[in-house]
Structure formats: C-alpha cells, structure tokens
Write a protein that binds this ligand. Structure first.
Ligand code: B12
Ligand code: SF4
Length: 518
C-alpha cells in the first residue's frame, strides 16, 4: 500500500513546497520535563496531496527530535528545533512557498514567529501560507502579523494544491475556494468556504516518509517505561474527520463544520496493515474526534482487523462518544486489540452536562465504564471544571462521579474559551474578561461564580483526591490482566503511580498524559 510520488506529472517542473510544524512555547508551569508530541499528521496529509500533484515537498518537524531542544527564557519555555536550524534547512531546500501549521490558539505566536524568520531569511516576497484550527478561526488576527500571505480555511489538501498550481502557472489565486489572501492595502480577500472532501479514501496517504518516524520510535525505545503505550513502536492515524455534535467548548467545527466524514473500513485497515508491515508498528492511536459516529463502520473495522489477524494494540486516543458504545461493540473492540478508552465525561452534574450539550446520560456512562472494566480495558475520563455558571457543588459532583464511577484515571481541565466556540461567546456576553495569554492545561479565566485561581485550586484538589482514591485500591489493576503482556503493563502503570506519588502529582498528570511523558 506504500505510495510512490513520481514527482512532476508532466504539467511542469512543480514547485518546491516547504511545510513547517513549529516549535512550541509554554509557560514554565505548563512545562513538564521531557515532553513528546505525536507526528503532525495534518502536514503529512498536505504533503501527500501536493506530491501527488507533482510538487516537491519537505517537512520540517520541529517537534520530531530526540532529545528535543528546550530553551528557558523569562518564564517561558521554547520546545523544539532552534530557529537557526530551521532556517538552515529552509535555505538549503530553497522553497517556492512555505506552509506553516497554526492549529492552536495557545501557540499562534510560535507559528507567526516562524513566519517572521522565514520572511527574513527567504525575502519578504516569499509566499507564506498558514492553516489549522487557529488560523481558520482567527484569520484576521493572523494576517495582522503582516508576515502571512495566505490562509487555508479548514481542510487544506485541495486549497494548497490549487494554490501551488495557480502560483506555478502564474494565475490569480482569487477564485480558489477556501483561500484567503492579504492584499497590499491590508484588506483580506478571498472565498472563505470550500466544500469538504467527501471521499477521504481518494486522498493520498499521509507522507510519513517525510517525517522523522525513526526519531519518534527511538524516543519510545529510550522511554519504554512510559504508560502512554503498551507496545512499541507506536504511531497515530486518522480514520474520519469532523464531528456532528455541538459541545459548547469545542473548537472543532471551526475547521471541519458539523459534518462527519469517514474513511471506509477497508481503507482504514489497509493503512493499519501497511503501518504494521512497512514500519513495524505494534500500537496505533486513532486521533479521530469521533471515531464511533457510525457504529457499523467501527464494528466493521474491528471485524476486518480480527479477520486479517493483524496483531497490534490500539486506542481511540482523542476520546470516544459514550452514547455510541454498548457491550457488543466494546467486546469487538477489545477482541481487535483496543485496550484503553478515553471517555469525554466532562461533568458529573446533569445540569452542567445539559449546558455543555453532551448527549449521554450518567447511567449509560456508568454501564459503559463497568463493562469496559469487566472486559479488562483501561478506562479514562476527562472532566472540565469552571464553566461560567458552574457552582462549587456542581463541580463537586464531577469529582464524586470520577471517584465513584470506577474509572481507572481521571483528568481534570479548567474551562478554556477558544475563539470560535459558543463558550467564547458566552464569556463575551457575560462580560467575563478572557486574558490574551493562553495556557495549555491550566485555569486562567474567571467564571461568574469563582475566580480563575479558585478554579485552578479546585482542579488541583480534584486531581489529588482522585489520585489518592485510586492509590487506596491498587488491586483493581489486577482485573486488567488477561495475558503476560497485560501483567507487564500493569507493572508499568503501578511503577508510574509510585513515581507520581513521590513527586508533586497534581498538575503534572495532565501534561504527562497529553504529551506522553508518563
Ligand atoms: C491530535 C490532536 C492533538 C494531539 C497532537 C496534535 C498533533 N501534532 O497531531 C495532542 C494530544 C498533543 C493535542 C493537544 C492539544 N490540543 Co489538540 N487536537 C488534536 C486533534 C483531535 C486532531 C489533530 C489532527 O491530527 N487532525 C487531523 C488532521 C488531518 O487535521 P489538521 O491537523 O487540522 O490539518 C488539516 C487542516 O487543519 C489544514 N491545515 C493544518 N495545518 C495546515 C498548514 C497549512 C500550511 C495548510 C495550507 C493547511 C493546514 O489542512 C490539514 C489537512 O486537511 C484536533 C482536532 C482536529 N480534528 O483537528 C485537536 C485540536 C487541534 N486540539 C485542540 C486543543 C485545544 C488542544 C490542547 C490545548 C488541549 C488542552 N486543553 O490541553 C492541547 C495543546 C496542544 C499543544 N500543542 O500544546 C483544539 C484547538 C483549538 C484551538 N483553537 O486552540 C482542537 C481543534 C480540538 C478541539 N476539539 O477544539 N491535540
Ligand atoms: S463530541 Fe467531542 S469532538 Fe464532538 S463536538 Fe463534542 S467535544 Fe467536540
């Protein structure tokens, strides 16, 4: 299934396209030692699309390094490839156009910082395009930096391919759907909307050959004590795009709208097989927003994996919709290699759940957690504290739910209003100030009932109480053991628990989970 990219397809020499996954800056508080990130699949997909159209592509993955360079400066920590190294590689490649990922509001200044350097190095006339969730949501802000020429609104494959084609042919870029441009007079022009790609199977596979996969795998070997994976090498995959739900805090619709578009089960399992055969991968994390929207498709994916006897472990790492799960599907998932469920519980209080617009009931969640635990799967719940109208009592319901539900792990976040979300509009409507600085995991925003520091204290307290509680029932982990491999993983989790108990665990468990430094 590995694809060849023969280069120019007879339509001309093709452009040289550079794609950059920027280094990230976080506050000292958000920084947790030796952080690790998954490969930038979005850029690898873009690389697949433009290569197929005959252009030459290089990806500079500033986070795919081991050891990853870290610079501490005035309360901030910059993680990733040094600016000089980025520029050296860019100068050597001599791109005709540079694309930079701008997916996170918290890291938009990092993306813009790279654009500044690229313009300094390659000249102010060198075209720079950005895309990703933040660029799509706040294009005017991004353009106001003065160093970005184009923004791809949403799904980028078609937009970037069209742009490269137009630039190559010297044609105007105005008619390209989904592409915004900055005019010399400072106005933003272009067509904001572009129809979503309906047939994801027709896309070129992500070009992992342009990513430092060996570095990602080496990191896993050197840090084999991490609990983020049971087997290694481990990597990520996407089987669908978007989510039809309307959760108040979720920025997803800004990039993808409300339409969920799946790949076929066959195409998904073909890619799994390719990763296992060609890369030696033994565990895959599916990063879909909602892998189970279509229950029958997920069932078929599991059945095909079982039928083809593909021996690997997997998990829906970004979370899975509780309301689509039942005992039959869980059993099939487990049989096909799924060993861990991350459930977006978000709140243990029914009113808050209605505010968030999550459409599952606590009764159903309890059944799913019980059944998954019974099957020997690890169960993780994510919770958000500090919504604008939430009271202390309602937050307490979430802590109680996390402890009483039988979850193996619970991660508590503070509510964060990302631009473009309904939650952001509520803060604005209520006159709550949203500070300009952003953070990855910790509380910064007041609610109508509590100050940000109180919400943060409640989050730390919730984490500490949950951790204390699970440390009192370590034998629960024995219920996960079905094989020697399971027993080894239980030992790994237990020693991680002991390590956490010796350090200040409260905050760091979140970072550890997110960034895999666990
Ligand atoms: C996987 C994931 C992660 C992973 C790793 C990301 C990675 N490197 O793969 C981890 C777990 C680390 C992560 C962490 C966080 N994440 Co996250 N994450 C995602 C998720 C679920 C999938 C990303 C993905 O692979 N998508 C699939 C690919 C195909 O899409 P894509 O990357 O967006 O790329 C496409 C387009 O956006 C566009 N595009 C992207 N870049 C570019 C560049 C150019 C030049 C062009 C032309 C086009 C383009 O074209 C691509 C192909 O179509 C997204 C949701 C989503 N579906 O996008 C959230 C999402 C991006 N994350 C989000 C958030 C909030 C976070 C956290 C802050 C969570 C938290 N509270 O701590 C952290 C912070 C991350 C950090 N860097 O510090 C938000 C971002 C909102 C915002 N405005 O900031 C999203 C949108 C989720 C949401 N529901 O709101 N995340
Ligand atoms: S179910 Fe998940 S991905 Fe879908 S809208 Fe809600 S939070 Fe976003």
């Amino acid at each position: 299934m590995r694809q060849d990219y023969p280069g120019p397809d007879g339509r001309g020499p093709g452009l040289r396209v550079l794609l950059i996954n920027p280094a990230l800056s976080v506050s000292e508080k958000d920084f947790w030692g030796d952080m690790a990130y998954p490969p930038p699949l979005g850029l690898a997909y873009l690389a697949g699309a433009v290569s197929r159209a005959g252009h030459e592509v290089e990806i500079i993955d500033c986070l795919g390094l081991y050891p990853i360079p870290v610079e501490h400066n005035e309360g901030r920590v910059r993680i990733g490839m040094r600016a000089d190294d980025i520029l050296a590689r860019a100068s050597e490649f001599k791109p005709d156009i540079t694309g930079i990922a701008c997916g996170y509001t918290a890291h938009a200044p990092d993306s813009i910082g790279v654009a500044v350097k690229i313009k300094e190095c390659l000249g102010s006339g060198h075209p720079v395009i950005m895309g990703g969730a933040h660029a799509t949501t706040c294009p005017e802000d991004v353009f106001s930096s003065g160093v970005v020429d184009y923004i791809a609104m949403g799904e980028g494959e078609g937009i970037l391919t069209d742009l490269c084609g137009s630039l190559e042919r010297g044609e105007p870029t105005g008619p390209i759907e989904g592409l915004l441009a900055m005019s010399p007079d400072g106005t933003v022009t272009g067509i904001r909307q572009r129809a979503r790609i309906q047939d994801l199977d027709s896309l070129a596979l992500p070009r992992r050959d342009l990513l430092p996969m060996d570095v990602y795998f080496k990191y896993q070997t050197l840090r084999k004590d991490r609990i983020n994976f049971m087997r290694r090498p481990q990597t990520t995959m996407i089987t669908s795009r978007g989510c039809p739900e309307k959760c108040v805090f979720c920025a997803l619709r800004c990039t993808w709208g409300r339409k969920w578009v799946p790949r076929s089960a066959e195409s998904v399992v073909d890619e799994v097989q390719m990763l296992v055969d060609d890369y030696g991968v033994r565990e895959i994390h599916f990063m879909d927003d909602s892998i189970s929207v279509h229950r029958e498709r997920l069932k078929k994916i599991c059945e095909l994996i079982i039928e083809r006897k593909i021996d690997f472990r997997w998990q829906p790492a970004s979370g899975i919709a509780i309301w689509t799960l039942d005992a039959e599907l869980l059993k099939l998932m487990k049989k096909s290699g799924c060993y861990r469920l991350t459930l977006g519980v978000e709140s243990g209080n029914a009113e808050t759940l209605a505010f968030i617009r999550k459409r599952y009931t606590h009764e159903h969640a309890l059944e799913i957690i019980k059944e998954a635990n019974r099957l020997g799967m690890w169960t993780i719940g994510t919770f958000i504290l500090g919504f604008p109208y939430e009271t202390r009592e309602q937050m307490e319901d979430s802590v109680r739910f996390s402890i009483d539900s039988g979850l193996d792990f619970a991660f508590f976040y503070c509510a964060a209003p990302f631009p473009g979300t309904d939650l952001f509009d509520i803060y604005v409507k209520e006159g709550i100030e949203v500070p300009p600085e952003t953070t990855v995991a910790f509380g910064l925003v007041d609610s109508l009932t509590m100050e940000a520091c109180e919400i943060e204290a409640a989050r730390e307290d919730a984490t500490a109480r949950f951790m204390r509680n699970i440390s009192h029932r370590p034998w629960k982990m024995l219920g996960k053991i079905r094989s020697l491999e399971d027993a080894g993983y239980v030992l790994k989790v237990a020693s991680y628990g002991l390590k956490l108990a010796r350090t200040r665990t409260e905050d760091k468990s979140i970072s550890a989970y997110l960034y895999g430094d666990d």
